[in-house]
Design a protein around this ligand. Structure first.
Ligand SMILES: [Fe+2]
Length: 222
């Protein structure tokens, strides 16, 4: 992706989130010069991967296959081993109409995906087999605390206010319908480097063509 495209998506995302009353933390708006003046006091941000994260999953077509994410808080995988400290993570995401996040599951993370406003969020679900293929078995999931069982490959629709709990090993693919969607994620510790199992291999972080200076840094820039 071009840096100019990333900068435009950041400006646009900030305006969209604000229009839904969602405000990003102060470090979202630090300039590259601000970052250069920081020291060890910001290690939690850089080491836990907090901040702007925009990806086209290597597709070269962000509008079709892509996702805007901003990680607001995140623990460390070691927290899960000890059961203490920051065991959790939170993200805000923007999913465009027809903009797909490809089929994947997480080996460790349990995540609640929440429609926080805008259009509808559609999520297609499959159990995984022991060799990590798509299973043909019925899927049992919880949506806002209510258990339901649906056939393999079914699509769950979340309207604004609704959410779903995605446990480990449950394949999910999602996209927006009827407008752009502001999507929240509340989860256990997030580890994008090791905990994403995409059904078909994708690039998780985009290659950036530096045609202009960055407006704000991406997680991949730290
Ligand atoms: Fe996921």
């Amino acid at each position: 992706m071009k840096r100019s495209e990333i900068n435009a998506l950041m400006r646009d995302a900030d305006a969209f989130l604000k229009s839904h009353g969602f405000l990003l933390p102060p470090f979202a708006f630090w300039t590259p010069a601000d970052w250069a003046a920081k020291g060890d006091e910001v290690k939690e941000i850089t080491e836990r991967g907090l901040g702007w994260d925009i990806t086209d999953f290597g597709s070269g077509d962000y509008e079709k296959i892509g996702l805007f994410l901003f990680t607001i808080r995140n623990g460390h995988p070691d927290n899960l081993k000890t059961g203490r400290g920051k065991l959790y993570a939170e993200k805000i995401m923007i999913v465009g109409e027809g903009q797909v996040t490809p089929m994947h599951f997480h080996w460790s993370k349990t995540e609640d995906i929440i429609n926080r406003g805008g259009g509808r969020l559609l999520i297609q679900l499959y159990n995984s087999t022991p060799d990590e293929a798509l299973a043909g078995t019925d899927v049992t999931v919880s949506t806002d605390g209510i258990s339901r069982t649906i056939p393999a490959g079914s699509t769950v629709t979340l309207s604004p206010g609704e959410s779903i709990t995605l446990p480990p090993f449950l394949y999910h693919k999602f996209w927006g319908e009827g407008g752009r969607v502001m999507v929240g994620e509340v989860s256990t510790v997030n580890d994008d480097a090791h905990d994403n199992r995409f059904y078909e291999p994708v690039g998780r972080f985009p290659e950036i063509k530096e045609d202009v200076p960055p407006l704000y840094l991406l997680v991949g820039d730290y």
